[in-house]
Ligand binder design. Structure first.
Ligand SMILES: NC(=O)c1ccc[n+]([C@@H]2O[C@H](COP(=O)([O-])OP(=O)(O)OC[C@H]3O[C@@H](n4cnc5c(N)ncnc54)[C@H](O)[C@@H]3O)[C@@H](O)[C@H]2O)c1
Length: 371
């Protein structure tokens, strides 16, 4: 960090929806960092972001931005097929990297990204947003403290009611890798492994229902070739079982745009539930009692030191700012970020195994990834 203001100089690569939704607002409240440059291949969007985000320095050349010595760190929020070349360029130039999920189009790509970032000695982080939900943080503490007894079952549902028009780059294997599996279920794979440890073996399935041959404004486009439903059945190394289901075609699951998200653990002594639309509360129950709401303790509503006021804003949105807080904290504290590219790799290996399982109609064993 050698800017005149002594702040960490961060560039955003990919000025689309997710950067606008939470990466830019998160940087704006972090006194240790500043957004100094923005890259996007769309000149029109860059012109708009100059006004939206109050930024002067914009470029369409991601690799040149990565090589720029006046940048300390990059946030990669571009379509999935571009994550690898951009992250490799950033690692080669010694930049710290937070990259959106899925890290790549398959685990082979992601292994290369992880190895490059690790060997370059930079901080690397995968943007697995939902690890930062206060309810998720509280559940992790309860699991680690043994309050649920022995975790036996993990269960995750992510149901969205999205239009059946084109998903743009998201609807092609060439640019996205997979559909719902890589877009939504991969987050749930990540937090399940974070809570219950590694998976030993899985059986997966995907399905496509919507052709998506029209854009939202009625223009014809090539049909989708990715899944809009995905499911996994898994055995954890611990012996626990896991069941995941995700879809973007669940009619009636609007819930203010946040859709339905439910993830739970049933342990030998009790059950706990995380719901995205109530991220500051868990449901908790034990034998003889129904599940009942319980507030997340105040100290877990945000990371220590964060300037974010948990009483402000839409709870299901604002916890996402804590991703950038963790990325910047790891850099200024000289430690690795959590979740790292390694975690992104472990989740991608499992997602790929789900596709393999579906294609080959069989269970697939998951092997450990070398660190
Ligand atoms: N962590 C989360 O919760 C979360 C949420 C939404 C999206 N995402 C991920 O974030 C990424 C971006 O998603 P989005 O919804 O913002 O997509 P988007 O299409 O809205 O934005 C992507 C932007 O990248 C730009 N772009 C494309 N190629 C580029 C390149 N080579 N260099 C620079 N810019 C380039 C596009 O012009 C576009 O503006 C995806 O990987 C997606 O899976 C993660």
């Amino acid at each position: 960090m050698s800017s005149p203001s002594d702040k960490l100089r961060v560039a955003i690569i990919g000025a689309g929806a997710v950067s606008d939704y939470h990466h830019v607002p998160a940087l704006a409240i972090d006194p240790r960092a500043e957004l100094v440059a923005v890259c996007d291949t769309s000149e029109a969007l860059l012109a708009q972001r100059k006004a939206d985000w109050g930024i002067d320095r914009v470029t369409t050349d991601a690799e040149a931005l990565c090589a720029d010595p006046s940048i300390d760190a990059v946030i990669v929020a571009t379509p999935n097929f571009t994550h690898k070349p951009i992250s490799l360029a950033a690692a080669a130039a010694g930049k710290h990297i937070m990259c959106e999920k899925p890290l790549g189009l398959n685990a082979v790509e992601v292994r290369e990204m992880y190895t490059a970032a690790r060997d370059a000695g930079v901080v690397h982080m995968t943007a697995f947003t939902y690890r930062f939900a206060p309810a998720m943080r509280y559940i992790k503490q309860l699991v680690q403290a043994g309050d649920l007894g022995e975790p036996r079952h993990f269960r995750s549902q992510r149901f969205l009611d999205w239009p059946e028009t084109s998903w743009g780059w998201r609807q092609y294997k060439e640019t996205a890798g997979a559909g719902d599996l890589y877009d939504m279920t991969i987050h749930r794979i990540d937090f399940a492994v974070d809570l219950l440890g590694p998976l030993k073996s899985i059986s997966g399935a995907v399905a496509r229902f919507a052709p998506r041959e029209l854009t939202a404004d009625g223009q014809a486009c090539p049909p989708s070739d990715v899944d809009d439903w995905s499911a996994i059945l898994g055995e954890f190394t611990s012996g626990a079982t896991g069941v995941w289901e995700g879809t973007t075609l669940a009619k009636g699951y609007e819930r203010g745009g946040f859709g339905h998200e439910w993830a739970e653990i049933n342990g030998s002594e009790g059950s706990v539930v995380y719901r995205l639309h109530e991220p500051n509360t868990i449901l908790r129950g034990k034998t003889g009692h129904d599940l009942a709401p319980e507030q997340v303790p105040p100290e877990l509503l945000k990371p220590a030191g964060s300037p974010r006021d948990p009483s402000q804003g839409e709870p299901a949105t604002v916890f996402r700012y804590d991703l950038v807080w963790e990325f910047v904290s790891a850099i200024v504290e000289g430690r690795q970020a959590v979740p790292s590219f390694y975690d992104g790799l472990c989740a991608q290996v499992i997602a790929d195994a789900a596709l393999q399982s579906h294609a080959e109609r069989r269970w697939v064993d998951i092997s450990d990834e070398p660190k």
